[in-house]
Design a protein around this ligand. Structure first.
Ligand SMILES: *[C@@H]1O[C@H](CO)[C@@H](O)[C@H](O)[C@H]1NC(C)=O
Ligand SMILES: *[C@@H]1O[C@H](CO)[C@@H](O)[C@H](O)[C@H]1NC(C)=O
Ligand SMILES: *[C@@H]1O[C@H](CO)[C@@H](O)[C@H](O)[C@H]1NC(C)=O
Ligand SMILES: *[C@@H]1O[C@H](CO)[C@@H](O)[C@H](O)[C@H]1NC(C)=O
Ligand SMILES: *[C@@H]1O[C@H](CO)[C@@H](O)[C@H](O)[C@H]1NC(C)=O
Ligand SMILES: *[C@@H]1O[C@H](CO)[C@@H](O)[C@H](O)[C@H]1NC(C)=O
Ligand SMILES: *[C@@H]1O[C@H](CO)[C@@H](O)[C@H](O)[C@H]1NC(C)=O
Ligand SMILES: *[C@@H]1O[C@H](CO)[C@@H](O)[C@H](O)[C@H]1NC(C)=O
Length: 743
């Protein structure tokens, strides 16, 4: 058998050697579909080849002794030859290298106006370069190395010819079988001044790049890398002196393989999911929030959907990576597959009641199914089991599976232990006082949360806060809740989560959002709070039509409610809590437009004898931060008072403190209010939509109090109990506000 193969290989080599040991096409020669050119050292062969799947013919070059005949170059791959008989020749009229049929030019391979001449010849060099040469002066008029396809041969350049502006870059095939232009490019790009990198691009966007610049290249010893950067050209090239078939192949999936070992040495091992996993993947931008770059993965599975919707696109320039991107970007997409010959897309979408059944060793086409460890179980029920003939393999798999599951279970248990520990802490501190027990708080199971939010479906998404997405959920007892899912990538999650949980569990006031419980599942942390049907104050206040729903009595009620909530935080709760991020979007409204302060992830507790504290990590929202906090990190009840003052001005005027402009002057809302106040015209600040409902003396007093709250010096600002007295008590005399802080 082996002897036979060797015999056949020897024979075929022999045939090539004997029948066409020419390396040059001269002016007037005709090179037909069965002819070959062989370079003078026999390393490379040029000839026509036909793709069986499409019956299209191309002109290509391959290593003579490469058993797989991998094409290292393909001429004009977007213009395949469909007519027979065709010939390669030097055009007697133009001197161009052309492919023609019956006197008609099909393709101009060299597009370089040289003019006809008997001294023109096209030669396949032993480097693999096919060159059109003027033999009179030995000038190269055109060469295939200037138009690389998907293979970089030793001596081929990647980079730019700076005099002509011509770029040398590889472009992948569209699929393993079709040489047409694909989605990926490999290029040599300026990274910073004086340094360049190998970059893989996907459809014109950076996709992956080599983590080191220039000669930090770890494969340098193997490939003998060299590069040039001068006035004329800037390029990267490599040499490899072996008798083998050295080449770098850019695959249709965006990886670069060593042609001899077929092992990947550039590019991500998998699709780049927007995580910097391999040192090179570019972080995905504009990716939908429904996808997690660190968790969601496509897996090749054999099976069928029931309930999903299949849509197809037979566009032949769509590669697998394009289909993958389409699926990734579409939040309803569950799976995809390439169509015939690896081009075109079949895409399965669906949100509810979709089941995917795995068919072991089935005959159906495999699909790339999106699997998310965090939500995969609920999203796509994977049915069936893999039947294996080998008992031992089964046993091993079983054991692995068991171990992995045990690990997962342990992790989950550990998470819940953490959480229980947390609750115990709260319990014990509460019991001391004999007050409310932490037992009001519920540890929710992850399954309950998945059911409540319909597996975190898009319809249930309410928005996103600083640390993750917020979903609406309906518990099994029909209660509506809001679920804040802390994003895993924020990196600030756990501290803030525990902070918020411990804090809010102990705080109870009608103007604070009530926390019902929490859930820890692996890395996932969720906070379950009461659901506020009316969203945040900013949703109404800063929208031209919705703001009309907030008449003066409602706004007054909101101002007073926030003041009461803050007073509770500062004074009447057992601790002195500084919210530190009071702003319109953190005031939620219930169905009767009563305000509730939410988001305690940045809140801090002061010890009873402390009045202020300093932090190195200033967190908060620009525009609401008091000057001493923004500049020195000093926070106290007075920094919350400042934010409250800004909030009042926003509620009264219906305008944002930042993004405020008036008569082209670059001042903020505080500055504007102060100017009006000094002119004795403070009521001008009033939101025009309040005209009918306004109670003038109340409004005037409110603005006055707001200006007291935003005074530059923290010592001058009133505390919340005084603020409330001043607001409510019409006869109480008010001090004259000093200059506010506005930057
Ligand atoms: C192709 O050209 C070769 C000579 O280069 C010739 O022997 C052969 O018959 C030609 N084949 C066809 C189909 O014309
Ligand atoms: C090839 O180039 C010539 C000009 O040199 C032009 O007239 C002709 O249309 C081109 N043919 C094709 C198929 O592009
Ligand atoms: C064929 O490829 C050459 C480069 O080798 C290019 O200049 C020319 O425009 C291409 N012709 C067609 C018809 O695509
Ligand atoms: C080939 O080179 C000679 C000498 O430089 C020149 O006269 C002739 O025009 C060139 N022919 C072509 C087709 O470029
Ligand atoms: C043809 O293109 C080559 C580059 O591929 C260039 O060096 C040469 O000067 C061009 N010749 C003509 C006649 O434009
Ligand atoms: C690397 O290539 C250069 C020529 O570009 C050659 O002089 C040198 O010996 C090569 N080094 C190795 C280790 O092959
Ligand atoms: C591609 O789809 C269109 C309609 O969607 C159809 O008209 C066309 O024939 C299809 N082409 C191929 C090659 O299947
Ligand atoms: C096919 O897809 C390519 C790339 O996405 C696009 O440029 C082209 O317009 C599409 N063609 C059709 C017929 O839709």
């Amino acid at each position: 058998m082996i002897n036979l193969i060797i015999f056949i290989v020897l024979c075929s080599n022999l045939i090539i050697h004997c029948s066409s040991a020419v390396s040059t096409i001269k002016f007037g020669d005709q090179f037909n579909l069965t002819s070959h050119l062989v370079s003078h050292g026999s390393r490379f062969t040029l000839g026509f080849f036909t793709i069986p799947e499409t019956s299209y013919t191309y002109l290509g070059i391959w290593y003579t002794h490469d058993k797989s005949s991998t094409k290292v170059w393909v001429a004009n791959r977007s213009t395949p030859i469909t007519s027979n008989p065709s010939v390669l020749m030097i055009d007697p009229n133009t001197g161009k290298l052309i492919i023609a049929t019956g006197g008609t030019t099909l393709v101009n391979i060299s597009d370089n106006q040289s003019g006809p001449s008997h001294n023109l010849a096209a030669t396949l060099q032993d480097t693999g370069d096919f060159q059109l040469i003027n033999e009179t002066d030995n000038r190269i008029l055109w060469k295939s190395f200037d138009y690389p396809t998907n293979v970089l041969l030793p001596g081929m350049k990647l980079g730019s010819d700076l005099t002509t502006g011509h770029d040398w870059e590889l472009t992948s095939w569209v699929s393993d079988k079709i040489p047409d232009l694909g989605a990926f490019t490999l290029s040599w790009e300026p990274y910073s001044k004086d340094s360049l990198r190998l970059v893989i691009g996907h459809r014109g966007r950076y996709y992956w790049w080599y983590p080191y610049v220039n000669n930090k290249w770890s494969g340098a010893h193997r490939y003998n890398i060299s590069y040039a950067d001068n006035q004329e050209e800037r390029y990267f090239t490599y040499h490899r002196f072996t008798s083998g078939t050295p080449m770098w192949i850019l695959t249709p999936n965006g990886q670069v393989l060593d042609g001899e070992t077929r092992s990947r040495f550039l590019g991500s091992p998998d699709f780049c999911y927007g995580q910097d996993r391999d040192g090179g993947c570019m972080t995905g931008t504009n990716w939908p929030l429904c996808r997690s770059g660190s968790h969601d993965r496509f897996k090749l599975l054999n099976g069928e959907f029931t309930g999903g919707i299949l849509s197809s696109d037979n566009n032949s320039s769509l590669s697998t990576s394009d289909c993958m991107k389409r699926c990734w970007d579409d939040c309803t997409c569950l799976a995809f597959n390439s169509r015939d010959n690896g081009v075109g897309c079949d895409i399965w979408t669906g949100t509810k009641n979709v089941k995917f059944s795995v068919i072991p060793r089935g005959t159906s086409v495999q699909k790339y199914v999106l699997v998310s460890p965090s939500k995969g179980k609920a999203r796509i029920m994977i049915w069936g089991a893999v039947v294996s003939g080998i008992f031992l393999l089964l046993l091993c798999l079983g054991l692995l599976w068991y171990l992995k599951n045990r690990k997962l279970r342990r992790e989950e248990e550990r998470g819940n232990e953490d959480y229980r520990h947390l609750l115990e802490l709260m319990d014990s501190s509460d019991t001391e006082r004999g007050g409310r027990k932490g037992s009001d708080m519920v540890v929710f199971s992850f399954a309950a949360i998945v059911t409540a939010t319909d597996d975190f479906s898009d319809e249930n998404k309410l928005g996103h806060g600083g640390f993750g997405l917020v979903y609406k959920g309906r518990l099994s007892d029909e209660r509506e809740v809001a679920i804040k899912r802390l994003s895993k990538t924020s990196g600030r999650g756990l501290v803030e989560f525990k902070n918020e949980l411990i804090l809010v569990a102990k705080l109870q006031h009608k103007n604070l959002v009530k926390v019902l419980g929490g859930c820890i599942h692996g890395e996932e942390k969720m906070l379950i709070t009461e659901y506020m049907p009316n969203k945040g104050l900013d949703f109404f206040l800063f929208d031209e039509t919705r703001k009309t729903l907030l008449d003066w009595p409602k706004r007054w009620n909101i101002i007073e409610g926030i003041a009461q909530g803050l007073l509770y935080l500062h004074k009447y709760s057992r601790m002195r809590v500084i919210h530190r991020d009071l702003k319109a979007s953190n005031i939620l409204l219930d169905e009767s437009m009563n305000p509730k302060i939410s988001d305690f992830s940045m809140a801090r507790i002061l010890k009873q004898d402390e009045t202020e504290a300093i932090t190195k990590r200033v967190v908060g929202t620009y525009g609401y931060m008091s000057p001493e906090y923004a500049m020195d990190g000093t926070f106290s009840v007075k920094s919350d008072v400042f934010s409250f003052g800004v909030l009042i001005l926003e509620i009264v005027s219906g305008r944002r403190n930042t993004r405020f402009s008036h008569l082209d002057k670059t001042i903020n809302l505080i500055g504007y209010a102060w100017e009006l106040w000094q002119q004795g015209d403070a009521l001008q600040l009033q939101d025009p939509t309040l005209a009918d409902s306004c109670v003038v003396h109340q409004l005037s007093r409110t603005i006055h109090v707001a200006l007291l709250c935003v005074q530059e010096s923290a010592g001058d600002r009133p505390v919340m109990s005084d603020v409330i007295s001043m607001l409510i008590n019409d006869t109480m005399p008010l001090p004259v506000p000093k200059r506010p802080a506005f930057l």
